[in-house]
Ligand binder design. Sequence first.
Ligand code: FPP
Length: 238
Amino acid sequence: MEQMEIPVHVAIIMDGNGRWAKERNLPRNEGHRKGTKVLEKIIKHARHLGIQYLTVYAFSTENWNRPPNEVKGLIRLFTSYLDQHIKKAAKDDVRFHVIGDVESPHIPEELRHKIKLLQEITKDKKGICFNMAFNYGGRDEILRACKRMIKENDFGDGKNTEVTEALFSQYLDTAGQPDPDLMIRTSGEVRTSNFLPWQLTYSEFYFTSHLWPDFTIDEFNTAIEEYNRRSRRFGQSE
Ligand code: FPP
């Protein structure tokens, strides 16, 4: 790993928790619980490697349609994640940030409060920036960004505000952050599922058949090794 180029920003679709639980005759929420433990290990390892941004897909705008028990379980897991990290924030150097529609009425008020609190108390941390995509949908993010951009600017005839990629990016939930260099998806599915459609345009993709609860630090390192073998041209020739 010493000789490797470490990506600045890694994004992960943590897929396969439900299948992992089913294979063991466990409730789906047990898969999500194990998945959260794996996530904690990966954040720690990513910090250790010097990765500056880690973005994970924890809950999509479509996930509200899952059985109420599973939705409740995921909300409980997230709440307990927030409680633990609010408690230990003083000793930690992780900057926590949620991407997604945090203002949605779907999100219980208490959860919204905890999200905002953890963001506020970690906003000046200098370690890794950990983005949790919660109530996130890529198309929804783009529409919310468009609406805000139109509201806050005057694009009328004779006005000199131009719609540019740079201006638009400032209204995305990832404003000010570099786009992911590498996107990892577990569980054998080979699609991006409405995750960061704007930001992943030039990212390298790494797909693995392992289910998220079985994902390991070794496999994370393998993804980075694979990333190092790719030749990134950003639409240019060699
Ligand atoms: C996809 O697996 C995974 C999710 C919808 C949730 C991912 C969430 C976690 C790993 C926990 C996140 C942490 C917090 C603190 C909220 P799936 O359920 O779609 O799996 P399947 O495709 O096998 O059914």
